[in-house]
Design a protein around this ligand. Sequence first.
Ligand SMILES: Cc1ncc(COP(=O)(O)O)c(C=O)c1O
Length: 402
Amino acid sequence: MKEIKWVNNTMPKSDDKELAVMSLEAVAKARRFHESFPQYAMTPLAKLDHMAEFLGLGSLYCKDESWRFGLNAFKVLGGSFAMARYIAKETGRDVEQLPYEVLTSDELREAFGQATFFTATDGNHGRGVAWAANKLRQKAVVFMPKGSTQTRLENIRKENATATIEDMNYDDCVRLAAEHAAKTPRGVVIQDTAWEGYEEIPSWIMQGYGTMASEADEQLHADGCQRPTHIFIQAGVGSLAGAIQGYFANRYPENPPKVVVVEAAEAACLYKGAAAGDGKIRIVDGDMPTIQAGLACGEPNTISWEILKNHVSVFAACPDWVSAKGMRVLGAPFKGDPQVISGESGAVPMGLLFSIMTMPELSELKNDLGLDETSRVLLFSTEGDTDPIRYKDIVWYGKNYD
Ligand SMILES: Cc1ncc(COP(=O)(O)O)c(C=O)c1O
């Protein structure tokens, strides 16, 4: 069995100026925007009491994003908010003036005109961008990396987007999207990662993800939990992890939860940077063969990296069996605990937590994190069965990826 690797964060701290991206005000704005959608409903926060007891934890909560807008993943939160903020800026308004009803109106369509939104995706982000563009009667062009599944491609095409699977990895698809946008009149890149010179749109995307964090926080309070003590969050480029870490660092500045960033071993660029220890970004390139498709990204988001290196406790790199284990554990809960249908990129935090609490070889990590019967752990299952064939292979037929 391949090993789980992990490293405590000992990187030098920076001035932390990117933390302001995830200010509580910015997130509240994003949440009000999402609440204006007719499809909006808070996604469930599954409370896994029996699992918490079994693992020796105080409580365990899992935010179930398979219910988000009927799209089976959280990603639409980012793309939709960034597109709204872009349109607001172009038409000289504040995004508060563009709730769903106005955004989809003929009047705004006339004021903004026709643009083409370009993006690269493993599936979920592109589906969110295509969905939002479709609602706004705008064009979307989506590039997918080698190895993307047909189901994910078809789900994007169903939203009237032009979508193709390219013979290159995710990071090269991002460059391809940027090249095409530059050649297209009113071409706009809506990419879920930042690099030097491309920061505004990704920072809006991260704020959009904040809706999920703010809902979870409210749901924890409603359950009598004053704050989580630990959060496990999965990462590809790290936009999501930066958003979640950023929100909770701003929300609980006095006693922030310990955050564990969880990556696919084949694409563990953040772990690699943390292990190098100097605070600089590291890249993973080439093919990244992993079932954790949403996490198969080798080039970190530059804004997120700043937030993560200043606040995260542990970075972990997980082989695919960890994700498969998480999918089974969430899909077949103890009697009385709610079921969470969680896909390959959604379940890896559960797989890691389960492994830490049950495998003696990970006891050092368990001690470092101080995970015990007083801990209140929050996980995010960021997608449902977005690849239904593989989901059944793993959960029903026991495929293991050892
Ligand atoms: C389901 C799912 N979870 C997590 C992530 C990771 O997000 P990020 O690339 O921002 O780290 C993705 C990215 O596509 C995803 O699709």
